[in-house]
Design a protein. Structure first.
Length: 450
């Protein structure tokens, strides 16, 4: 229907242009005799010249209008996802259409800035409602940040909640509700992890393969977001595109408790070898790389393995831009009571478009951060609180030593594929007793040991 309307408009503009040409021809012929009677030859020629200058201007104006309409025709299917045929294992559903279809479509330059928010949901209607309310409260533009809820579990109450938001969100549904085959030695209670991994593959495939978006922000259905959540991702997208050593941008700091962050440094960001999740952005190129080998279970730990990470890093904030209220779910609230419920959600909005983030590029960061940290005064844990320095390093010689120190500092002490949470080149940075502390590996550092 929109294509027909666009071509009709093109035809109308063309007809109108022809009418103007005919008008010019007959009008000038009819008035020529009057002008010749009243004016000299020179005056007549000047009037004709002015008339045709006017028509030339009208022609250029109409030509620009035709070009504009042609562009509209080309981008007319940007949001008409119901007309697209997904490829591979992505199943088209009626709910995938953007309802209602927007009357005013973004220009191609605006289209390049679109970042969909993909919420992965199952059977928690109250959690979904809270998460959507948080996103919608701070979303600056429905066009730039369309919200797509991918629902698994075929849970009616959750589906009803999502549909209750009308055209503010888009619902897609995981069609495969079959039993998931697991290895014989896997415990039955872990089947949820297999279903979650299958759902993520469907949801990511739909956003990147079917809808053809170039980027996406992934959130779970139990997250609140900060007021500057959208500014954060909108600006960091540029860095993700420019620096091939960065493979994701995360809103999360695993060590973001009140006593471990500097609340005056809301704009401070880090490179991290650890994949944090809990609100993260990736590019379609990364999905193309990961899709053929996507795991059957435990997808997030799989992402942290060196075969997937390939030495690349994520960007993470000093103060988290998401907060998880998920004390239930597949993981049964793992770490929530001891750590996650105490993570601080940033409430001091930062306009990241005004922040210089060039220091996060590897060439600058390895000098400005890594080399500087290794040059800081080195103190023992017992000396940190009474140290004369505002910033120090506490060194560790083994992962056993790291685990002991991190527990004493109150940090999350576990590692994934040998990488401590929030570490970059073995360095974990945090606040303690009002001082900036860096848990630092002794040099020479031999790298992570998975």
């Amino acid at each position: 229907m929109r294509l027909i309307s666009a071509y009709t408009l093109c035809g109308f503009v063309t007809v109108w242009f022809v009418v103007l040409l005919l008008y010019a021809r007959y009008y000038t012929n009819d008035t020529k005799q009057e002008w010749m009677l009243e004016d000299s030859d020179k005056q007549f020629k000047e009037k004709v010249r002015l008339r045709f200058d006017e028509l030339d201007a009208r022609y250029l104006q109409l030509n620009e209008e035709i070009k504009r309409v042609e562009k509209l025709v080309k981008v007319s299917n940007v949001f008409d996802v119901s007309d697209r045929t997904p490829s591979g294992d992505v199943t088209p559903l009626r709910e995938t259409a953007f309802p209602p279809r927007p009357r005013v479509r973004p220009s191609p330059s605006n289209q390049d800035r679109i970042i969909p928010i993909l919420m992965v949901a199952c059977n928690r209607p109250a959690a979904v409602s809270r998460s959507l309310d948080s996103l919608l409260k701070y979303r600056p533009s429905a066009t730039q940040f369309p919200i797509i809820v991918s629902q698994d579990c075929a849970h009616g109450p959750t589906e009803d909640v999502v549909k209750g938001y009308g055209d503010k969100v888009i619902l897609i549904k995981q069609p495969d509700q079959s039993h998931v085959e697991m290895p014989p030695d896997e415990k039955p209670q872990f089947q949820g992890y297999y279903k979650v991994s299958r759902h993520y593959k469907f949801a990511l495939g739909h956003v990147f393969d079917a809808l053809k978006f170039s980027h996406a922000i992934i959130v779970e259905d139990d997250l609140d977001v900060s007021p500057d959540f959208f500014s954060y991702f909108s600006v960091l997208r540029g860095l993700l595109d420019r620096d091939p050593t960065i493979w994701c941008v995360s809103a999360w700091n695993d060590n973001g408790k009140a006593e471990h962050i500097d609340k005056t440094k809301s704009e401070l960001l880090y490179r991290s070898d650890f994949f944090p999740g809990l609100g993260w952005m990736l590019k379609s190129e990364l999905w193309k790389e990961l899709k053929p080998k996507w795991p059957k279970s435990y997808w997030d730990d799989w992402m942290r393995e060196p075969q997937q990470r390939k030495g690349r890093v994520c960007i993470r904030p000093e103060i988290s831009r998401t907060y998880t209220f998920g004390d239930a779910g597949v993981s049964l609230g793992q770490y929530w009571s001891q750590h996650l419920q105490y993570i601080v959600l940033n409430q001091n909005p930062v306009d990241f478009s005004k922040v210089n983030i060039s220091y996060l590029q590897q060439s600058e960061y390895d000098v400005g951060f890594v080399e500087r940290v290794h040059s800081l005064p080195s103190v023992a844990l017992s000396e940190v609180q009474n140290s004369q320095y505002d910033e120090v390093q506490v060194t560790y010689g083994s992962m056993e030593n790291f685990e002991l120190l991190s527990k004493q500092f109150g940090l999350m002490s576990d590692t994934k594929a040998g990488v401590p949470r929030m570490a970059y080149k073995g360095i974990v940075s945090f606040m303690f007793a009002g001082k900036r502390v860096h848990l630092t590996p002794k040099l020479p550092w031999g790298g992570y040991k998975p």
